[in-house]
Design a protein around this ligand. Structure first.
Ligand code: NAD
Ligand code: UD1
Length: 311
């Protein structure tokens, strides 16, 4: 049994991770301010302790870290909307970077013996670099406050890890989808918005011509990667892409979803979003070399996602 901290654990990826950790028999602490996460995403289980708190509360985070002495720490809390970071750059910076660096500072200062700390970065850091697929050593071009915070925190986590002997690792998620992705904001992940439109027979707004491609990775594959990278003690101070290794156009995804759900999606066309990346897909060789094997292609993943929504 390990003691695990998941910041942002009531959110989409975080709560799916919590489910897996519960199955593994771990003792889990979740810190989430519920700005996007939902308390109902968390299992009612003695293994899970929940704090409705912001990670920017230094006093709280300091005493929690010193008191609990976690074995593993997953830093998932973030204002995950790129558009929100453009609208509120300073506030989102406090969450997406500063609060995470403070956590590292407490670990360093109080010599806390974590077995692994994992930070969740994003494919957004590659920005407009046209190189495909994106490799971990591809040129980065972070174009928004969100991407800048993700890249600098990723570097901080890795280099502080090296400097102060803290076992750290960082992951760059591509387009994650699956159960519990929250469609509440217009900037939510596209598959949560398509799902919502299908469920409620409402209209989906398609930005651009739909030929833009993404590497959509099902959340269970992401959890597989997270567990792998934290449990392997020899993997430290490195960054890994987390994707499916495949890329599909938005139109292909919509067609596949229509077949699975047996409905025709109502679409309204709008011009391409400002700053939208045309094509994105991950080179996942580095992750595969350490044992990652994505199980879900887009059909299998969407089918499971649709079944979970119907239930
Ligand atoms: P999410 O919004 O569902 O999860 C983030 C969680 O953090 C939410 O539950 C939210 O309430 C919480 N949170 C926000 N601000 C907080 C604060 N100040 N204190 C405590 N909790 C706070 O998003 P997600 O898709 O699960 O993303 C998880 C992580 O993965 C984020 O760091 C995100 O940037 C990163 N990421 C996600 C994707 C994707 O495709 N979903 C892609 C790249 C990176
Ligand atoms: C997503 C993530 C971002 C992450 C990046 C990494 C979300 C919300 N954003 O950005 O955090 O850093 O992947 O690869 O998960 N679209 C529509 N209609 C809509 C919504 C979107 O046509 O209503 C289009 C977008 O214009 C875009 C595509 O769908 O071309 C995907 O959009 P989105 O799900 O927002 O993801 P990214 O912008 O790729």
């Amino acid at each position: 049994m390990s003691k695990v901290l998941v910041t942002g654990g009531a959110g989409f990826i975080g709560s799916n991770l919590v489910d897996k950790l519960v199955k593994d028999g771990d003792q889990i602490t979740v810190v989430d301010d519920l700005s996007m996460g939902l308390i109902d995403n968390l299992p009612q289980n003695k293994q899970v302790k929940f704090y409705h708190e912001t990670i920017t509360n230094h006093k709280f985070m300091k005493s929690l870290l010193i008191k609990e002495k976690f074995d593993y720490i997953y830093l998932l809390a973030a204002v995950a909307s790129v558009a929100d970071s453009v609208a509120r750059p300073y506030e989102t910076h406090q969450v997406n970077q500063e609060a995470n660096i403070y956590i590292l500072e407490i670990i360093r200062k109080y010599h806390l013996k974590v077995k692994k700390l994992l930070f969740s970065s994003s494919a957004a850091i590659y920005g407009s670099n046209p190189e495909l697929p994106k490799k971990e050593n591809s040129i980065v071009d972070p174009l928004t406050p969100y991407a800048i915070d993700k890249f600098s925190t990723e570097r901080f986590v890795i280099d502080c890890g090296k400097l102060y002997g803290i076992p750290t690792v960082a992951v760059r998620f591509f387009n994650v989808y699956g159960p519990r992705q929250n469609p509440k904001s217009p900037y939510s992940g596209v598959l949560s918005l398509i799902s919502q439109a299908i469920m409620h027979h409402s209209t989906f707004t398609l930005f651009g011509d739909g030929t833009q491609t993404r590497d959509f990775v099902f959340v269970d594959d992401v959890i597989q990667a997270l567990i792998l990278l934290t449990k392997k003690s020899d993997i430290v101070h490195q960054v890994f892409n987390v994707g499916s290794g495949e890329h599909v156009s938005l139109l292909q995804v919509i067609n596949t979803y229509e077949i699975i759900a047996g409905v025709s999606l109502k679409i309204v066309n709008r011009s391409q979003r400002v700053g939208d990346i045309k094509n994105s897909y991950a080179d996942i060789d580095k992750l595969m070399k350490v044992g990652y094997k994505p199980i879900f292609d887009i059909y299998k993943g969407l089918k499971l996602y649709w079944e979970s929504l119907k239930n």
